[in-house]
Design a protein around this ligand. Structure first.
Ligand code: 7RM
Length: 635
């Protein structure tokens, strides 16, 4: 039996039991046998969920890039590490071998050092899905700088907030990006953001679309000439196990985005181990995750997890609909992709199109299909299973979060029998619990509750950058000695978990977490707006879409409503990004509020979803009469 690679259901249960009975011994063995360390740990785990403080492999020293790159050079130097598939199918794909990746990362690391970046400094990466993005991430890790990747779909405002929150000194970006038939002026967005970011000293600019952009003297530098001049080798910085590896921002239900901090050793061990098992990865495989590296899925399962296993990982710059809706399947055929990992929103969008787009291509290379980001509904599951997997490739519905760093609940393909809409069983080492509203654990099967995790796992986030108290309040205060996920779940008769969705004010739109508060803040800044409330409602492609109830100021009442709708969405686009735009905007004269002044979103959610048969208890409302008015005018 190999604890590292699980091949049968019985083995899963055995290894799971072992990992729960003696987590220290279990993870110590995994860490010892499958990674390279500069110094061994003194202590596998110490933890206290009250503080909260969690340390894995404390005392150990390592560099994650030696595990992801250097150690593969003797055996896999000529193997493709990153397979770059450009936006334009006519542009040739690029095969970057482990040896080439090593050189590119070393050069980039030396450029960063030369620009004065030291261990512990924060570097913001705002790049499209081009090789420089993965190389920049790894170069930061090489020198011990903390990377903060900001998804290149975020607006200048959102970018500035993130740069300032973690005091980034340097930004890596590009002259622009391709998105299907469009180009986006990334450098212009960066320039605008940096007007409000006094701490940024240097901007490195990769050339991608060859557009004519402004370069600010002293601050801005073209990247390529610096790389050309840089030395092609670099001695990796030796990091402590608990040194921060990266910050990645995620929306909260209130307030500013949270800079989740992930540390080095535990994150490496857990992402590598989950990658190996959840995708049943084998040496000759070509693995493709369609996420953007700007999200946690890209960090853990495009970059770190696959590379730690010496895998070939596809990096796709484009979108599923360009040049047509067959693009994903064309790429699968072309590169003989073996594992394909995407989001339900993409599956639903493709399922609406003609089946010819799928049937045209040879998908026989596929062995495993993955899903992540939101619950996968039954229809989408079957479409994926029938038309992409041809009922031969198991679907792994993987539940996890930015905060968890790695996959937490998921089938293991060819091991765990799957059931549509169920993420099935906890991964090795993960101890979930369902809790009731009084803080009691709900034991037994066929129950539902709030999903918590009882015991630390190696890749959990250690804090929120600059705000440990918020970390404790958000995740460790709802239930005693538990990590609270913010999700609801049910456990069926055989112990399978089904994630039912958020129980807080986070709305998942096309797999992206959006907090209601920042969107409402942005709307409320519009001069005609008095107050607003955002809720999600079911959408057949996005999963959820946003519905805004907006109270206008007197000055706004006389304005053209469609123009106002446009302006409000424009404002959201500028301040947060186009993903946060509202699908529906209803102007209302009031919002249903409790006596303590809280907006009763439950009611607004029901109205938005067209389900007004039972609005539940409205007796605690201050203004119950408003409900009928809102219902009468609902969109
Ligand atoms: C990996 C990622 C986290 C939230 C999470 C859930 C939802 C993610 C699934 C899912 C049902 C899934 N990180 N979620 N995966 N819900 N089934 N397989 O998405 O931080 O961006 O989002 O996403 O609500 O709490 S994330």
């Amino acid at each position: 039996m190999s604890n590292y690679h699980i091949k049968h259901l019985e083995e899963y249960y055995q290894v799971y039991r072992k990992s729960v009975r003696n987590p220290e011994a279990f993870w110590e063995e995994i860490a010892e046998e499958h990674f390279v360390w500069r110094k061994r740990w003194n202590n596998v785990l110490s933890w206290d969920f009250k503080k909260p403080e969690v340390k894995w492999f404390d005392g150990a020293q390592l560099n994650i890039t030696e595990n992801c790159i250097d150690r593969h050079l003797p055996t896999r130097g000529d193997k493709t590490a990153i397979l770059f598939e450009p936006n334009d199918p006519k542009e040739e794909a690029e095969h970057i071998t482990y040896r080439q990746l090593h050189q590119r990362v070393c050069k980039m690391a030396n450029v960063l050092l030369e620009k004065g970046i030291k261990k512990g400094d924060r570097v913001c990466i705002y790049l499209p899905m081009i090789p420089e993005l993965a190389v920049s991430v790894l170069a930061c890790a090489r020198i011990g700088a903390i990377h903060s990747v900001v998804f290149a779909g975020f607006s200048s405002n959102a970018l500035a907030t993130r740069i300032n929150d973690s005091d980034c000194k340097l930004v890596i970006t590009s002259d622009g990006s391709y998105r299907g038939a469009k180009t986006i002026d990334l450098k212009g967005i960066v320039d605008k953001a940096l007007e409000g970011c006094p701490g940024v000293e240097t901007v490195l600019v990769a050339k991608r679309i060859h557009s004519n952009i402004d370069m600010m003297p002293q601050r801005d530098h073209w990247l390529q000439p610096l790389l050309d001049d840089a030395y092609g080798d670099n001695v990796a910085e030796i990091m402590n196990a608990e040194d921060p590896l990266f910050i990645l921002y995620t929306s909260g239900s209130t307030g500013r985005p949270k800079g989740m901090v992930h540390t080095t050793a535990g994150y490496m061990v857990y992402t590598a181990y989950t990658f190996k098992n959840v995708f049943q990865y084998r040496e000759e495989d070509v693995y493709w995750c369609t996420a953007d590296i700007g999200w946690i899925t890209g960090h853990s399962y495009i970059v770190y997890g696959p590379l730690a296993n010496g895998a070939t990982t596809v990096m796709f710059e484009g979108i599923p609909s360009y040049p047509d809706f067959g693009r994903f399947w064309e790429v699968v055929q072309k590169h003989k992709v073996t594992q394909f990992y995407t989001a339900p929103t993409a599956i639903r969008a493709l399922a609406k199109e003609n089946l010819d787009y799928v049937e045209k291509y040879d998908l026989s290379s596929l062995k495993v299909l993955g899903s992540v980001g939101e619950p996968i509904n039954e229809e989408a599951w079957h479409w994926y299973n029938n038309n992409v997997g041809k009922k031969r490739s198991p679907i792994v519905d993987t539940w996890w979060q930015t905060e968890t760093g790695g996959i937490m609940i998921s089938p293991i393909p060819y091991v765990t029998p799957t059931t549509p809409t169920y993420a099935t069983l906890p991964f090795i080492g993960i101890q979930p619990a369902l809790m009731d509203e009084n803080g009691q654990e709900i034991k037994g099967n066929q129950v539902d509750g709030r999903l918590c995790i009882k015991f630390p796992w190696p890749s959990m986030a250690r804090t929120i950058w600059g705000d440990h108290e918020r970390y404790r309040d958000t995740y460790f205060s709802a239930y005693k000695d538990m990590y609270f996920t913010g999700d609801g779940a049910l456990r069926d008769a055989v112990g399978y978990y089904r994630i039912t969705g958020r129980v807080d004010d986070v709305i998942i739109v096309s797999g992206h977490n959006l907090g209601t508060a920042p969107i409402e803040d942005s709307i409320n800044e519009h001069p005609a707006v008095a107050e607003s409330a955002i809720v999600g409602f079911p959408h057949d492609v996005k999963g959820n879409a946003l519905y805004g109830y907006i109270i206008l100021k007197e000055t706004g009442e006389s304005r053209d409503k469609n123009n106002l709708r446009k302006e409000i969405n424009q404002q959201i686009t500028e301040q947060i990004g186009p993903i946060a735009k509202l699908d529906k905007i209803q102007f209302v004269s009031g919002l249903p509020k409790t006596r303590s002044g809280k907006i009763m979103r439950r009611i607004l959610r029901k109205i938005a979803s067209g389900d007004t048969s039972n609005l539940g208890d409205t007796s605690t409302l201050l203004n119950p009469e408003i409900v009928q008015e809102i219902m009468d005018e609902a969109l």
